[in-house]
Design a protein around this ligand. Sequence first.
Ligand code: SF4
Ligand code: SF4
Length: 165
Amino acid sequence: MPGEVKVMTRPEGKGSYVRAALKGMGVTLKHMVDPHKVTQQYPEEKWELAPRMRGTHRMAVHEDGRSKCVACGLCPTVCPVNCIKLIPAEDENGERYAAVYEIDEFRCIFCGFCQEVCPVEAIHLSVHYENAEYSRERWVYDLERLCEIDHPYTALWDPADPSSE
Ligand code: SF4
Ligand code: SF4
């Protein structure tokens, strides 16, 4: 059954905008003196982030600074928005490594699949959200940049809440 259309009638005569403006200012003044206001003075004040928060990626590195990625190809395969670019290569010992590894953080939906699927725990999300940029190009994080990021790793799930897994 189709929904009914509610017809609104215009109020008769000329309405007073002064009264409406004063009413709005009254609301503002009321909140200015409210001792329980929750306005946060960002960036001086910041929320304490949950350990399972999924933010900007980071790449784990070996002691010598090399990326732990073995270019297996699982994370670009599982990524639901196709925002990981990987070009694998092999060194003289036949070891695979990522010649190119990029993540477009602008397209990423921070699902965490890449972290979950990585067999060597190389790629991680981190507890971090302050990643504003002035250009779209800067949102594509290359391997060097991912390896330099040192924000805390996300816990992905809340260990105290088994239903969150
Ligand atoms: S968090 Fe999800 S969307 Fe983002 S890169 Fe990883 S798999 Fe792709
Ligand atoms: S799943 Fe891990 S090892 Fe495989 S390509 Fe991605 S980051 Fe590299």
